[in-house]
Design a protein around this ligand. Structure first.
Ligand code: AMP
Length: 544
Protein backbone atom coordinates (compact mmCIF):
# COMPACT_ATOMS: atom_id res chain seq x y z
CA UNK A 1 0.00 0.00 0.00
CA UNK A 2 1.36 3.43 -0.91
CA UNK A 3 1.14 6.43 1.38
CA UNK A 4 -1.36 9.11 0.62
CA UNK A 5 0.92 12.11 0.71
CA UNK A 6 1.45 14.59 -2.11
CA UNK A 7 4.00 14.03 -4.81
CA UNK A 8 5.59 17.46 -4.34
CA UNK A 9 8.70 17.43 -6.52
CA UNK A 10 11.96 18.48 -4.87
CA UNK A 11 13.00 21.07 -7.46
CA UNK A 12 15.36 23.92 -6.65
CA UNK A 13 13.27 26.78 -8.05
CA UNK A 14 10.85 26.08 -5.21
CA UNK A 15 13.67 27.26 -2.92
CA UNK A 16 13.90 30.70 -4.47
CA UNK A 17 10.08 30.93 -4.65
CA UNK A 18 9.93 30.19 -0.93
CA UNK A 19 12.56 32.85 -0.21
CA UNK A 20 10.79 35.45 -2.37
CA UNK A 21 7.42 34.81 -0.73
CA UNK A 22 8.39 34.49 2.92
CA UNK A 23 11.73 36.30 3.15
CA UNK A 24 11.32 38.67 0.21
CA UNK A 25 13.05 41.67 1.80
CA UNK A 26 16.00 39.71 3.15
CA UNK A 27 19.16 41.16 1.69
CA UNK A 28 21.67 39.76 -0.77
CA UNK A 29 24.79 41.89 -0.70
CA UNK A 30 27.50 41.47 -3.35
CA UNK A 31 30.91 42.89 -3.97
CA UNK A 32 30.56 43.34 -7.71
CA UNK A 33 33.24 42.59 -10.24
CA UNK A 34 32.95 46.26 -11.28
CA UNK A 35 33.89 47.21 -7.70
CA UNK A 36 30.99 48.77 -5.76
CA UNK A 37 28.89 46.94 -3.18
CA UNK A 38 25.46 46.02 -4.56
CA UNK A 39 22.33 45.38 -2.50
CA UNK A 40 19.26 43.44 -3.55
CA UNK A 41 16.83 40.98 -1.95
CA UNK A 42 15.26 37.57 -2.55
CA UNK A 43 12.12 39.01 -4.18
CA UNK A 44 14.12 40.92 -6.77
CA UNK A 45 16.54 38.05 -7.37
CA UNK A 46 13.64 35.67 -7.97
CA UNK A 47 12.12 38.12 -10.49
CA UNK A 48 15.40 38.50 -12.34
CA UNK A 49 15.95 34.71 -12.29
CA UNK A 50 12.58 34.37 -14.06
CA UNK A 51 13.82 36.84 -16.68
CA UNK A 52 16.96 34.75 -17.18
CA UNK A 53 14.74 31.70 -17.62
CA UNK A 54 12.53 33.46 -20.15
CA UNK A 55 15.47 34.82 -22.12
CA UNK A 56 17.10 31.37 -22.27
CA UNK A 57 13.80 29.78 -23.23
CA UNK A 58 13.42 32.25 -26.10
CA UNK A 59 16.96 31.55 -27.17
CA UNK A 60 15.93 27.91 -27.59
CA UNK A 61 17.45 26.35 -24.50
CA UNK A 62 15.72 23.09 -23.63
CA UNK A 63 15.49 20.73 -20.66
CA UNK A 64 18.87 19.03 -20.23
CA UNK A 65 20.96 21.65 -22.07
CA UNK A 66 24.17 22.66 -20.29
CA UNK A 67 24.83 26.33 -19.61
CA UNK A 68 28.33 27.28 -18.49
CA UNK A 69 29.07 29.85 -15.81
CA UNK A 70 32.56 31.26 -15.31
CA UNK A 71 31.92 33.60 -12.45
CA UNK A 72 32.54 34.72 -8.88
CA UNK A 73 29.91 34.67 -6.15
CA UNK A 74 27.56 37.59 -6.87
CA UNK A 75 23.79 38.16 -7.04
CA UNK A 76 23.95 37.85 -10.84
CA UNK A 77 25.53 34.41 -10.60
CA UNK A 78 22.77 33.32 -8.19
CA UNK A 79 20.07 34.68 -10.52
CA UNK A 80 21.69 32.79 -13.38
CA UNK A 81 21.65 29.49 -11.46
CA UNK A 82 17.98 29.73 -10.57
CA UNK A 83 17.03 30.96 -14.05
CA UNK A 84 18.86 28.07 -15.74
CA UNK A 85 17.46 25.40 -13.44
CA UNK A 86 13.92 26.83 -13.63
CA UNK A 87 13.61 25.69 -17.25
CA UNK A 88 15.21 22.32 -16.60
CA UNK A 89 18.57 23.31 -18.07
CA UNK A 90 21.80 22.58 -16.19
CA UNK A 91 24.14 25.13 -14.65
CA UNK A 92 27.70 24.07 -15.32
CA UNK A 93 30.21 25.86 -13.10
CA UNK A 94 33.64 26.34 -14.65
CA UNK A 95 36.60 27.03 -12.40
CA UNK A 96 38.44 30.12 -13.74
CA UNK A 97 41.64 28.99 -12.02
CA UNK A 98 42.01 26.12 -14.49
CA UNK A 99 44.29 26.39 -17.51
CA UNK A 100 42.64 27.39 -20.82
CA UNK A 101 43.17 23.87 -22.26
CA UNK A 102 41.42 22.33 -19.24
CA UNK A 103 38.48 24.73 -19.62
CA UNK A 104 38.25 23.91 -23.31
CA UNK A 105 38.25 20.19 -22.52
CA UNK A 106 35.56 20.54 -19.85
CA UNK A 107 33.22 22.92 -21.71
CA UNK A 108 33.52 20.76 -24.86
CA UNK A 109 32.91 17.55 -22.94
CA UNK A 110 29.84 19.15 -21.35
CA UNK A 111 28.74 20.57 -24.73
CA UNK A 112 27.81 23.87 -23.10
CA UNK A 113 25.45 25.95 -25.28
CA UNK A 114 25.69 29.34 -23.56
CA UNK A 115 28.39 30.81 -21.33
CA UNK A 116 27.69 33.39 -18.63
CA UNK A 117 30.96 34.98 -17.52
CA UNK A 118 32.35 37.77 -15.36
CA UNK A 119 34.09 40.57 -17.24
CA UNK A 120 37.31 39.89 -15.33
CA UNK A 121 37.56 36.70 -17.41
CA UNK A 122 36.92 38.42 -20.77
CA UNK A 123 40.43 37.81 -22.13
CA UNK A 124 40.31 34.17 -21.07
CA UNK A 125 36.90 33.79 -22.76
CA UNK A 126 38.19 35.47 -25.94
CA UNK A 127 41.09 32.99 -25.95
CA UNK A 128 39.00 29.84 -25.54
CA UNK A 129 35.89 30.86 -27.56
CA UNK A 130 37.29 29.90 -31.01
CA UNK A 131 37.80 26.34 -29.68
CA UNK A 132 34.26 26.00 -28.29
CA UNK A 133 31.90 25.51 -31.23
CA UNK A 134 29.01 24.29 -29.03
CA UNK A 135 28.69 27.69 -27.33
CA UNK A 136 26.32 29.85 -29.36
CA UNK A 137 25.96 32.80 -26.98
CA UNK A 138 28.25 34.63 -24.54
CA UNK A 139 26.57 36.62 -21.78
CA UNK A 140 28.85 39.03 -19.89
CA UNK A 141 27.53 39.39 -16.32
CA UNK A 142 27.43 43.19 -16.45
CA UNK A 143 25.61 46.08 -18.11
CA UNK A 144 26.18 47.56 -21.55
CA UNK A 145 28.47 50.32 -20.25
CA UNK A 146 30.91 47.73 -18.85
CA UNK A 147 30.77 45.31 -21.76
CA UNK A 148 34.30 43.99 -22.37
CA UNK A 149 36.18 45.10 -25.48
CA UNK A 150 37.78 41.66 -25.99
CA UNK A 151 36.86 39.86 -29.19
CA UNK A 152 34.12 37.48 -28.16
CA UNK A 153 31.56 36.19 -30.68
CA UNK A 154 27.79 36.53 -30.09
CA UNK A 155 28.35 38.68 -27.04
CA UNK A 156 25.56 40.31 -25.05
CA UNK A 157 25.48 42.18 -21.74
CA UNK A 158 23.52 40.34 -19.02
CA UNK A 159 21.43 43.40 -18.18
CA UNK A 160 20.41 43.68 -21.85
CA UNK A 161 19.76 39.95 -22.09
CA UNK A 162 17.24 40.07 -19.25
CA UNK A 163 15.91 43.62 -19.82
CA UNK A 164 13.15 42.90 -22.25
CA UNK A 165 11.44 39.75 -20.96
CA UNK A 166 8.97 40.33 -18.14
CA UNK A 167 9.39 38.49 -14.85
CA UNK A 168 6.11 36.59 -15.29
CA UNK A 169 7.74 33.40 -16.51
CA UNK A 170 6.24 30.20 -15.13
CA UNK A 171 8.89 27.67 -14.18
CA UNK A 172 8.82 24.60 -16.37
CA UNK A 173 7.45 21.31 -15.07
CA UNK A 174 9.75 18.31 -14.87
CA UNK A 175 10.62 15.37 -12.67
CA UNK A 176 12.68 15.98 -9.53
CA UNK A 177 15.34 13.59 -10.82
CA UNK A 178 16.02 15.92 -13.76
CA UNK A 179 19.66 17.02 -13.94
CA UNK A 180 20.23 20.43 -12.37
CA UNK A 181 23.95 21.17 -12.03
CA UNK A 182 27.25 19.95 -13.40
CA UNK A 183 30.67 20.32 -11.80
CA UNK A 184 33.90 18.67 -12.93
CA UNK A 185 36.30 17.31 -10.35
CA UNK A 186 39.92 18.26 -10.55
CA UNK A 187 40.78 14.75 -11.75
CA UNK A 188 44.30 14.23 -10.45
CA UNK A 189 44.38 11.02 -12.48
CA UNK A 190 42.96 10.97 -15.99
CA UNK A 191 40.67 13.62 -17.38
CA UNK A 192 38.37 15.77 -15.25
CA UNK A 193 35.09 14.00 -14.55
CA UNK A 194 31.64 15.58 -14.48
CA UNK A 195 29.40 15.22 -11.43
CA UNK A 196 25.79 15.70 -12.45
CA UNK A 197 23.51 16.82 -9.60
CA UNK A 198 19.74 16.46 -9.81
CA UNK A 199 17.05 18.79 -8.48
CA UNK A 200 16.23 16.16 -5.90
CA UNK A 201 19.83 15.67 -4.75
CA UNK A 202 20.47 19.42 -4.51
CA UNK A 203 17.26 20.01 -2.55
CA UNK A 204 17.79 17.09 -0.18
CA UNK A 205 21.40 18.07 0.31
CA UNK A 206 20.43 21.65 1.19
CA UNK A 207 17.93 20.33 3.76
CA UNK A 208 20.63 18.12 5.24
CA UNK A 209 23.28 20.86 5.16
CA UNK A 210 21.09 23.34 7.01
CA UNK A 211 20.57 21.06 10.03
CA UNK A 212 21.69 22.41 13.39
CA UNK A 213 24.59 19.96 13.72
CA UNK A 214 25.64 20.62 10.13
CA UNK A 215 25.88 24.22 8.87
CA UNK A 216 23.17 25.27 11.33
CA UNK A 217 22.09 28.26 9.22
CA UNK A 218 19.07 30.21 10.54
CA UNK A 219 17.04 33.05 9.08
CA UNK A 220 18.69 35.49 11.48
CA UNK A 221 22.15 34.62 10.15
CA UNK A 222 24.20 36.75 7.84
CA UNK A 223 26.09 34.20 5.72
CA UNK A 224 29.27 34.83 3.74
CA UNK A 225 30.10 31.97 1.36
CA UNK A 226 33.72 32.77 0.53
CA UNK A 227 33.88 29.31 -1.01
CA UNK A 228 33.14 29.93 -4.70
CA UNK A 229 30.01 28.65 -6.42
CA UNK A 230 32.37 26.89 -8.84
CA UNK A 231 33.82 24.85 -5.96
CA UNK A 232 31.25 22.11 -5.35
CA UNK A 233 28.11 24.26 -5.25
CA UNK A 234 29.56 26.77 -2.75
CA UNK A 235 28.98 23.93 -0.27
CA UNK A 236 25.21 24.27 -0.72
CA UNK A 237 25.03 27.82 0.65
CA UNK A 238 23.36 29.27 -2.48
CA UNK A 239 20.47 26.89 -1.70
CA UNK A 240 20.63 26.88 2.10
CA UNK A 241 20.64 30.71 2.33
CA UNK A 242 17.32 31.24 0.53
CA UNK A 243 15.82 28.09 2.04
CA UNK A 244 16.32 29.54 5.52
CA UNK A 245 15.83 33.20 4.59
CA UNK A 246 19.34 34.11 5.73
CA UNK A 247 21.08 37.26 4.53
CA UNK A 248 23.64 36.35 1.87
CA UNK A 249 26.90 38.27 1.55
CA UNK A 250 28.77 37.48 -1.66
CA UNK A 251 32.45 38.37 -1.96
CA UNK A 252 32.79 38.66 -5.76
CA UNK A 253 36.40 38.43 -6.91
CA UNK A 254 38.10 39.65 -3.72
CA UNK A 255 39.05 36.81 -1.39
CA UNK A 256 42.12 38.38 0.29
CA UNK A 257 42.25 38.90 4.06
CA UNK A 258 41.43 42.59 4.07
CA UNK A 259 38.48 42.33 1.66
CA UNK A 260 36.97 39.34 3.48
CA UNK A 261 37.40 41.13 6.80
CA UNK A 262 35.68 44.23 5.45
CA UNK A 263 32.56 42.23 4.53
CA UNK A 264 32.59 40.27 7.80
CA UNK A 265 32.58 43.56 9.63
CA UNK A 266 30.31 45.86 7.62
CA UNK A 267 27.70 43.19 6.92
CA UNK A 268 27.83 41.78 10.47
CA UNK A 269 28.41 38.28 9.14
CA UNK A 270 27.57 35.53 11.66
CA UNK A 271 28.50 32.45 9.60
CA UNK A 272 31.08 31.95 6.87
CA UNK A 273 32.73 29.11 4.95
CA UNK A 274 35.96 28.55 3.00
CA UNK A 275 39.11 26.47 2.57
CA UNK A 276 42.00 26.84 5.06
CA UNK A 277 44.13 28.99 2.70
CA UNK A 278 41.49 31.74 2.78
CA UNK A 279 41.50 31.70 6.59
CA UNK A 280 45.30 31.82 6.65
CA UNK A 281 45.08 35.14 4.78
CA UNK A 282 42.37 36.48 7.09
CA UNK A 283 44.22 35.47 10.26
CA UNK A 284 47.43 37.09 9.00
CA UNK A 285 45.50 40.28 8.26
CA UNK A 286 43.95 40.28 11.74
CA UNK A 287 47.35 39.65 13.32
CA UNK A 288 48.90 42.57 11.42
CA UNK A 289 46.09 45.03 12.12
CA UNK A 290 44.97 43.94 15.59
CA UNK A 291 41.35 43.83 14.40
CA UNK A 292 38.80 41.50 16.00
CA UNK A 293 35.70 39.60 14.81
CA UNK A 294 32.88 40.80 17.08
CA UNK A 295 29.94 39.58 14.95
CA UNK A 296 31.19 36.26 13.63
CA UNK A 297 29.72 33.23 15.39
CA UNK A 298 31.10 30.29 13.47
CA UNK A 299 33.26 29.39 10.53
CA UNK A 300 33.03 26.28 8.38
CA UNK A 301 36.45 25.07 7.26
CA UNK A 302 36.94 22.26 4.75
CA UNK A 303 38.27 21.35 1.33
CA UNK A 304 41.55 20.32 2.91
CA UNK A 305 42.55 19.51 6.47
CA UNK A 306 42.16 22.34 8.95
CA UNK A 307 45.28 22.72 11.13
CA UNK A 308 44.92 22.51 14.91
CA UNK A 309 46.48 25.95 15.34
CA UNK A 310 43.83 27.50 13.08
CA UNK A 311 40.97 26.07 15.13
CA UNK A 312 42.62 27.22 18.33
CA UNK A 313 43.25 30.80 17.17
CA UNK A 314 39.70 31.24 15.83
CA UNK A 315 38.16 29.84 19.01
CA UNK A 316 40.45 31.16 21.72
CA UNK A 317 41.55 34.53 20.38
CA UNK A 318 38.50 35.53 18.33
CA UNK A 319 35.77 33.48 20.07
CA UNK A 320 34.55 32.09 16.76
CA UNK A 321 33.41 28.46 16.74
CA UNK A 322 35.11 26.31 14.10
CA UNK A 323 33.22 23.53 12.35
CA UNK A 324 35.68 21.38 10.45
CA UNK A 325 33.99 19.70 7.49
CA UNK A 326 34.93 17.15 4.87
CA UNK A 327 33.28 16.54 1.56
CA UNK A 328 33.74 16.06 -2.13
CA UNK A 329 32.33 17.38 -5.38
CA UNK A 330 30.85 13.89 -5.80
CA UNK A 331 28.94 14.32 -2.50
CA UNK A 332 27.26 17.64 -3.35
CA UNK A 333 29.65 18.16 -1.34
CA UNK A 334 29.09 17.68 2.42
CA UNK A 335 30.16 14.33 3.87
CA UNK A 336 31.00 14.95 7.53
CA UNK A 337 30.97 17.87 9.97
CA UNK A 338 32.91 18.11 13.17
CA UNK A 339 30.33 19.46 15.60
CA UNK A 340 30.71 18.20 19.16
CA UNK A 341 28.43 15.49 20.54
CA UNK A 342 26.63 15.26 23.86
CA UNK A 343 28.98 15.36 26.85
CA UNK A 344 31.96 16.66 24.89
CA UNK A 345 31.35 20.27 25.89
CA UNK A 346 32.60 19.47 29.39
CA UNK A 347 35.87 17.95 28.17
CA UNK A 348 39.04 19.97 28.74
CA UNK A 349 39.56 22.33 25.78
CA UNK A 350 42.63 20.43 24.50
CA UNK A 351 40.51 17.28 24.20
CA UNK A 352 37.71 19.17 22.48
CA UNK A 353 40.31 20.45 20.03
CA UNK A 354 41.40 16.89 19.25
CA UNK A 355 37.78 16.03 18.39
CA UNK A 356 37.37 19.13 16.24
CA UNK A 357 40.51 18.29 14.34
CA UNK A 358 38.84 15.12 13.04
CA UNK A 359 36.86 15.54 9.82
CA UNK A 360 33.59 14.95 11.68
CA UNK A 361 30.53 12.71 11.71
CA UNK A 362 28.11 12.23 8.81
CA UNK A 363 24.68 13.84 8.88
CA UNK A 364 21.65 11.62 8.21
CA UNK A 365 21.69 10.51 4.56
CA UNK A 366 25.45 9.95 4.29
CA UNK A 367 26.56 6.35 4.78
CA UNK A 368 30.25 5.51 5.09
CA UNK A 369 32.57 2.56 5.65
CA UNK A 370 36.28 1.84 5.39
CA UNK A 371 37.68 -1.15 3.51
CA UNK A 372 41.02 -2.88 2.95
CA UNK A 373 42.63 -3.57 -0.43
CA UNK A 374 40.39 -6.65 -0.86
CA UNK A 375 37.30 -4.52 -0.23
CA UNK A 376 36.67 -6.12 3.18
CA UNK A 377 35.09 -3.79 5.70
CA UNK A 378 37.42 -2.70 8.51
CA UNK A 379 36.42 -2.09 12.15
CA UNK A 380 35.14 1.30 13.33
CA UNK A 381 37.63 1.41 16.19
CA UNK A 382 39.50 4.65 15.44
CA UNK A 383 42.67 2.66 14.70
CA UNK A 384 42.18 0.65 11.53
CA UNK A 385 42.48 2.76 8.45
CA UNK A 386 41.45 1.99 4.93
CA UNK A 387 39.80 3.36 1.82
CA UNK A 388 36.75 5.41 2.61
CA UNK A 389 33.58 4.53 0.72
CA UNK A 390 30.32 6.47 0.82
CA UNK A 391 26.76 6.40 -0.47
CA UNK A 392 23.57 8.40 -0.11
CA UNK A 393 20.90 10.34 -2.03
CA UNK A 394 23.27 13.25 -2.72
CA UNK A 395 26.26 11.07 -3.68
CA UNK A 396 27.12 10.49 -7.35
CA UNK A 397 26.26 7.05 -8.79
CA UNK A 398 28.24 7.63 -12.01
CA UNK A 399 30.18 10.37 -13.76
CA UNK A 400 28.80 12.28 -16.74
CA UNK A 401 29.09 10.27 -19.97
CA UNK A 402 30.24 7.17 -18.08
CA UNK A 403 33.81 8.16 -17.23
CA UNK A 404 35.66 6.75 -14.19
CA UNK A 405 33.39 3.73 -13.71
CA UNK A 406 35.83 1.92 -11.42
CA UNK A 407 35.09 4.35 -8.55
CA UNK A 408 31.56 2.93 -8.16
CA UNK A 409 30.70 -0.64 -7.12
CA UNK A 410 27.57 -2.70 -7.74
CA UNK A 411 26.08 -1.68 -4.37
CA UNK A 412 26.44 2.04 -5.17
CA UNK A 413 29.39 2.54 -2.82
CA UNK A 414 31.59 5.33 -4.16
CA UNK A 415 35.31 5.04 -3.46
CA UNK A 416 36.37 8.48 -2.26
CA UNK A 417 40.09 7.90 -2.82
CA UNK A 418 40.66 9.05 0.75
CA UNK A 419 42.20 6.89 3.46
CA UNK A 420 40.51 7.27 6.83
CA UNK A 421 39.64 5.87 10.24
CA UNK A 422 36.14 5.72 11.75
CA UNK A 423 35.91 5.81 15.54
CA UNK A 424 33.41 4.52 18.08
CA UNK A 425 31.85 7.99 18.46
CA UNK A 426 31.09 8.06 14.72
CA UNK A 427 33.84 10.54 13.78
CA UNK A 428 35.86 10.07 10.62
CA UNK A 429 39.51 11.13 10.38
CA UNK A 430 41.32 11.41 7.07
CA UNK A 431 44.90 10.20 7.09
CA UNK A 432 45.63 10.99 3.45
CA UNK A 433 44.53 10.83 -0.13
CA UNK A 434 45.27 7.20 -1.08
CA UNK A 435 47.83 8.38 -3.64
CA UNK A 436 49.59 10.64 -1.12
CA UNK A 437 50.07 8.05 1.61
CA UNK A 438 53.71 7.58 2.58
CA UNK A 439 54.72 3.97 3.01
CA UNK A 440 57.75 3.55 5.25
CA UNK A 441 58.98 0.05 6.05
CA UNK A 442 55.52 -1.33 5.23
CA UNK A 443 53.72 1.07 7.61
CA UNK A 444 51.69 4.11 6.62
CA UNK A 445 52.60 7.61 7.69
CA UNK A 446 49.91 10.33 7.59
CA UNK A 447 51.23 13.36 5.72
CA UNK A 448 48.17 15.39 6.82
CA UNK A 449 48.91 14.87 10.49
CA UNK A 450 52.54 16.01 10.18
CA UNK A 451 51.48 19.06 8.11
CA UNK A 452 48.90 19.93 10.74
CA UNK A 453 51.46 20.00 13.50
CA UNK A 454 54.13 21.79 11.42
CA UNK A 455 51.91 24.80 10.65
CA UNK A 456 51.54 25.31 14.39
CA UNK A 457 55.17 26.52 14.47
CA UNK A 458 54.99 30.30 14.78
CA UNK A 459 57.30 30.94 11.80
CA UNK A 460 55.60 28.50 9.42
CA UNK A 461 53.00 29.80 6.95
CA UNK A 462 52.37 26.56 5.11
CA UNK A 463 53.68 23.00 5.14
CA UNK A 464 53.46 19.95 2.90
CA UNK A 465 54.80 16.46 3.47
CA UNK A 466 55.61 14.02 0.66
CA UNK A 467 57.26 10.62 0.53
CA UNK A 468 60.74 10.51 -0.97
CA UNK A 469 62.51 7.31 -2.06
CA UNK A 470 64.73 5.75 0.61
CA UNK A 471 66.99 2.70 0.05
CA UNK A 472 66.11 1.04 3.35
CA UNK A 473 62.55 2.15 4.14
CA UNK A 474 61.14 2.52 0.59
CA UNK A 475 59.91 5.99 1.40
CA UNK A 476 60.54 8.53 4.13
CA UNK A 477 58.75 11.83 4.75
CA UNK A 478 60.20 15.12 3.51
CA UNK A 479 58.71 18.25 5.07
CA UNK A 480 58.43 21.21 2.70
CA UNK A 481 57.92 24.54 4.38
CA UNK A 482 57.00 28.13 3.44
CA UNK A 483 58.00 30.59 6.17
CA UNK A 484 55.84 33.59 7.09
CA UNK A 485 57.11 36.88 5.62
CA UNK A 486 60.06 38.19 7.64
CA UNK A 487 60.27 35.05 9.83
CA UNK A 488 63.20 32.69 10.23
CA UNK A 489 63.51 29.08 11.36
CA UNK A 490 66.08 26.34 10.82
CA UNK A 491 65.55 22.68 10.04
CA UNK A 492 66.57 21.73 13.57
CA UNK A 493 64.20 24.23 15.17
CA UNK A 494 61.28 22.88 13.16
CA UNK A 495 62.12 19.26 13.87
CA UNK A 496 62.47 20.08 17.56
CA UNK A 497 59.01 21.64 17.47
CA UNK A 498 57.56 18.45 15.94
CA UNK A 499 59.30 16.22 18.43
CA UNK A 500 56.86 14.75 20.97
CA UNK A 501 53.87 15.87 18.89
CA UNK A 502 54.08 13.06 16.32
CA UNK A 503 55.29 9.46 16.49
CA UNK A 504 59.08 9.24 16.48
CA UNK A 505 59.26 7.18 13.31
CA UNK A 506 57.06 9.75 11.53
CA UNK A 507 59.69 12.44 12.04
CA UNK A 508 60.59 13.89 8.60
CA UNK A 509 64.06 12.94 7.41
CA UNK A 510 64.63 16.44 6.10
CA UNK A 511 63.08 19.90 5.83
CA UNK A 512 63.13 21.84 2.55
CA UNK A 513 62.38 25.57 2.56
CA UNK A 514 60.57 26.96 -0.49
CA UNK A 515 59.06 30.34 -1.42
CA UNK A 516 55.75 28.91 -2.45
CA UNK A 517 53.78 25.66 -2.36
CA UNK A 518 51.70 25.06 -5.51
CA UNK A 519 47.92 24.77 -5.12
CA UNK A 520 45.20 23.19 -7.23
CA UNK A 521 42.31 25.22 -8.62
CA UNK A 522 40.31 24.46 -5.47
CA UNK A 523 43.06 25.48 -3.04
CA UNK A 524 44.54 22.08 -2.22
CA UNK A 525 48.26 21.46 -2.00
CA UNK A 526 49.42 20.08 -5.33
CA UNK A 527 51.35 17.06 -4.17
CA UNK A 528 51.91 15.77 -7.70
CA UNK A 529 53.84 18.94 -8.57
CA UNK A 530 55.86 18.67 -5.34
CA UNK A 531 56.67 15.02 -6.00
CA UNK A 532 57.87 15.98 -9.48
CA UNK A 533 59.98 18.84 -8.14
CA UNK A 534 61.54 16.74 -5.39
CA UNK A 535 61.53 13.50 -7.44
CA UNK A 536 65.29 13.02 -7.31
CA UNK A 537 65.72 14.57 -3.86
CA UNK A 538 68.35 12.75 -1.85
CA UNK A 539 67.53 12.54 1.83
CA UNK A 540 70.46 12.98 4.23
CA UNK A 541 69.46 9.66 5.81
CA UNK A 542 69.66 7.79 2.50
CA UNK A 543 73.35 7.07 2.95
CA UNK A 544 72.94 5.55 6.43
P1 AMP B 1 36.86 18.42 -4.00
O1 AMP B 1 35.95 17.49 -4.69
O2 AMP B 1 37.69 19.25 -4.91
O3 AMP B 1 36.18 19.23 -2.97
O4 AMP B 1 37.92 17.52 -3.23
C1 AMP B 1 37.55 16.54 -2.31
C2 AMP B 1 38.75 16.06 -1.55
O5 AMP B 1 39.30 17.10 -0.76
C3 AMP B 1 38.44 14.97 -0.54
O6 AMP B 1 38.36 13.70 -1.15
C4 AMP B 1 39.61 15.09 0.42
O7 AMP B 1 40.76 14.43 -0.05
C5 AMP B 1 39.87 16.58 0.44
N1 AMP B 1 39.25 17.20 1.61
C6 AMP B 1 38.09 17.88 1.66
N2 AMP B 1 37.85 18.31 2.91
C7 AMP B 1 38.86 17.87 3.68
C8 AMP B 1 39.18 17.96 5.08
N3 AMP B 1 38.42 18.63 5.94
N4 AMP B 1 40.31 17.37 5.50
C9 AMP B 1 41.13 16.70 4.65
N5 AMP B 1 40.88 16.58 3.33
C10 AMP B 1 39.76 17.15 2.85
Amino acid sequence: MLGLMQDWPLVVHKIIDHAALYHGDREIVSRTVEGPIHRTNYRKVQGRARRVAKALDRFGIKVGDRIGTLAWNTHRHIETWYGITGIGAIYHTLNPRLFPEQLIYIASHAEDRVLFFDTSFANLVAEIAPKLPSIKLYVALTDRANLPKAEIPNLVAYEDFIAEPADDFTWKDFDENTACGLCYTSGTTGNPKGVLYSHRSNTLHALVASQADAQGVRGVDSVLPVVPMFHANAWALAFVGPMMGAKLVLPGPKLDGESVYELLDTEKVTMTAAVPTVWLMLLQYLEQTGKMLPYLDRVLIGGSACPRSMIEIFERKYEVEVVHAWGMTEMSPLGTLGTLKAGMDTLPYEEQLSVKLKQGHPPFSVEMKIVDDEDRELPRDGKAFGRLKVRGPAVAKAYFKGEGESAFDSEDWFDTGDVATLDTDGYMTITDRAKDVIKSGGEWISSIEIENVAVGHPAVAEAAVIGVAHPKWDERPLLIVVLKPGQKATKDEILKYLSGKIAKWWMPDDVAFVDEIPHTATGKIQKIALRQRFGSYRLPTAAE
